[in-house]
Ligand binder design. Structure first.
Ligand code: KE4
Length: 447
């Protein structure tokens, strides 16, 4: 299907593929919980056995069975130029010639931090960490230290990683596997976690009216991507900015998914709102483990060793990950940031095709989108909060997911995940996707 697909390897018959995958999953499950390294990959949200992946190129995953799939997982966000962009691979190879890790400061870390700070005006200073979870965990610790308060507000359906305090009404894999509040999280830890519905500014206003003097901050995905893609309602983010400023709390934008994805300066630039702290990840690591948090100088200088708030990491600022991240950000900055125009055009084309197909077949569908991030919901909408996602036709999502997979199109295996596009998703990939999607909806309409 793709220009360099392994044409010689004809995929094994479907039943062989199923058997092989089932055997792989059984083998994996004997030594790894659920057979995976992260829950959402186990297909619990859609049923069936996951595709074990052997390789990837451009917009394609290659399964262990040799089949190719147009990839809309994109590793849940890090890939924005497709798999193996030559410039990123070359940067990693060059860094590898020096080492895999030093455990000592490097000029490359300074340069990446300077790139990030220049793209995000709200980030005077940056601390590099290894995962989005570390970034949001550290940002919360800093907010609590800076305000001397313990409580914070998060939104149902938003996912900020798996630090204990956040595993309440979490999105992403937590929502998928139906355990939004995980066992093992002490009640005392989440006693300070206050929950509101996304886009419900009145609920936030009430929480501040009741407990404002004990609220350290509000953490929010400025464009929610962990309950599918749910956009902020007009005035929601500016309302959070006003309420946090009024009550001396910090506004934390969790841009692990949206940072450098929806715009060079993230959602905060799109919406022209300046948070107090920002968390980043995914794109900034170029596919290797790297994330970051940052904010105003007087806040960040409270982080050890500049200040008393402790946070550390053996592999933080890892030279390979920093090299990959710098190369990927350089690609995004190239040609006056032309990549964003390409991603917007592809995203708009895919959205229009999906919506036209649903209209043709009389299937209720809401497609939400911000650039190269899309949400796919089998419901008339609108999508404002997790309850709207919960109320969508999830059985239909599962059936369409598997029909697409059989047709060589791999969505993220959950109605609570966002589809990602990269610059490698060209006309051939979008046309194939829309053809298979249309056939899937025709089957739904005739069922
Ligand atoms: P990690 O710890 O997974 O690197 O990042 C946590 C995180 C924090 N904030 C936001 C907005 C995020 O989207 C994430 C992670 N996103 C999920 C995808 N929905 C990661 C996929 C997974 O858990 O396997």
């Amino acid at each position: 299907m793709s220009p360099d697909s392994p044409a010689s390897e004809s995929p094994p018959a479907a039943q062989d593929r199923e058997a092989d995958t089932a055997a792989l999953l059984a083998r994996a499950g004997a030594v790894m919980p659920g057979g995976v390294s992260s829950p959402v990959r186990a297909f619990r949200g859609v049923g069936g056995a996951p595709v074990f992946v052997r390789g990837a190129h451009g917009a394609y995953l290659v399964g262990e069975d040799g089949r190719e799939y147009v990839d809309y997982i994109c590793s849940y966000g890090p890939h924005i130029f497709g798999h193996r962009p030559p410039e990123v691979i070359a940067a990693i190879e060059q860094a590898l010639a020096a080492t895999t890790t030093f455990g000592a400061p490097t000029i490359a870390e300074i340069e990446l931090a300077e790139m990030i700070a220049s793209a995000f005006p709200a980030m005077d200073m940056v601390r590099l960490v290894n995962s989005g979870t570390e970034a949001t965990m550290s940002a919360l610790r800093l907010a609590r230290a800076a305000t001397g308060r313990d409580r914070f507000i998060k939104f149902a359906g938003c996912y900020h990683g798996h630090a204990d305090a956040y595993l309440v009404a979490a999105g992403s894999g937590a929502a998928t596997i139906g355990v939004p509040s995980s066992p093992g999280v002490p009640a005392a830890v989440v006693a300070d976690t206050l929950i509101a519905d996304y886009n419900d500014l009145d609920a936030v206003e009430r929480l501040f009216a009741e407990q404002g003097s004990s609220i350290a901050g509000v953490i929010v995905e400025p464009i929610a991507g962990n309950m599918g893609l749910v956009p902020p309602a007009p005035g929601f983010l500016s309302g959070l900015r006003a309420l946090t400023a009024e009550h001396g709390a910090l506004l934390i934008f969790d841009e692990v998914m949206t940072g450098f994805r929806v715009d060079w300066g993230g959602a905060q630039t799109l919406f022209d709102i300046e948070p107090d702290l920002t968390t980043l990840g995914k794109v900034i690591g170029g596919g290797l483990p790297l994330a970051a948090y940052g904010g105003r100088r007087e806040l960040m200088n409270q982080i050890a060793p500049a200040g008393p708030v402790y946070q550390a990491g053996t592999l933080s600022g890892n030279p390979l990950a920093v090299a990959a991240g710098r190369a990927q950000l350089a690609l995004l900055a190239a040609d006056d940031r032309a990549a964003y125009g390409t991603l917007e055009a592809s995203g708009a084309k895919l959205q229009a095709g999906l919506e036209a197909s649903a209209s043709r077949h009389g299937i209720p569908l809401t497609v939400t989108r911000q650039g190269s991030m899309l949400g796919l919901f089998f419901t008339a909408g609108p999508m404002r909060a997790q309850a709207d996602v919960d109320g969508s036709d999830q059985e239909r999502f599962k059936r369409v997911f598997h029909r697409l997979l059989a047709g060589g199109v791999h969505l993220p295996p959950s109605a609570y995940e966002t589809l990602f596009l990269t610059t490698a998703h060209g006309d051939a990939e979008l046309t194939h996707t829309l053809d298979v999607f249309d056939r899937s909806l025709a089957a739904e309409a005739s069922a």
